[in-house]
Design a protein around this ligand. Structure first.
Ligand SMILES: Cc1cc2nc3c(=O)[nH]c(=O)nc-3n(C[C@H](O)[C@H](O)[C@H](O)COP(=O)(O)O)c2cc1C
Length: 193
């Protein structure tokens, strides 16, 4: 298993958080079902006001990645009828960039005390949990959205309802190339009272 870069903090959680970065390229190595289940178990430990579990996960791997690939191709064709074959191929190939792609969806519920925004951020927190779990296990991830996340035809192809919201297409696999760790700057974003 890939070793995490350390920060010298002697704290594995802090090390995982600060050494995380987006994976640019993935190897073809499969991600085991057991490892995926560990990541999903971490995801659902996200803070969740009202315990509404507003998330849903659609795991695409192997040939099932074609479901999203062809949905993205058709969505582009609908949005841009003049798109050429190369553009359509580029669009559908996005689904094949990693051995596993998890579509992470918010299913917001009407609740007297938990507004929709709180349910959406809970799903964002679930994605971060999943990503950190993957990273700590030597996998890489990339969180994408783009116009397909908001496209009704893509939702339909994935069996989602109009009220469902795609919060991320999360690629997972063994990294062969990662983005440099971005410097985080909190001092100018923080007011100490
Ligand atoms: C809600 C959300 C949607 C995102 N969508 C995209 C996307 O469509 N394409 C992209 O390149 N990065 C997207 N990102 C950003 C990357 O996932 C990434 O976190 C960012 O580029 C910073 O790089 P790092 O993860 O290496 O620190 C998105 C991030 C969030 C939180």
């Amino acid at each position: 298993m890939e070793q995490l870069e350390t920060t010298g903090s002697n704290n594995p959680v802090i090390d995982a958080i600060v050494s995380r970065s987006s994976t640019k390229k993935f190897s073809d190595e499969i991600v085991t079902r057991s490892d995926l289940e560990t990541m999903l178990a971490a995801a659902v430990r996200a803070p969740d006001h009202g315990m509404l579990a507003p998330w849903r996960f659609i795991v695409l791997q192997g040939e099932s990645r074609a479901v999203l690939g062809s949905a993205m191709r058709s969505a582009l064709q609908l949005r841009m009828p003049d798109a050429d074959a190369e553009a359509l191929e580029r669009e559908s190939s996005k689904a094949w960039r990693s051995p596993v792609l998890i579509v992470i969806v918010a299913e917001p519920k009407v609740h007297p005390k938990v507004p929709e925004v709180e349910q959406l951020v809970a799903v964002g927190a679930a994605i971060q949990n999943l990503w950190l779990a993957a990273h700590s296990m030597g996998y890489g991830a990339a969180w994408k959205t783009g116009s397909h996340a908001y496209d009704a035809s893509v939702k339909t192809a994935l069996g989602l309802r109009a009220s469902d919201q795609i919060i991320g297409f999360v690629h997972i696999g063994r990294p062969t190339s990662k983005a440099p760790v971005r410097p985080g700057e909190f001092a100018t974003k923080t007011t100490w009272l």
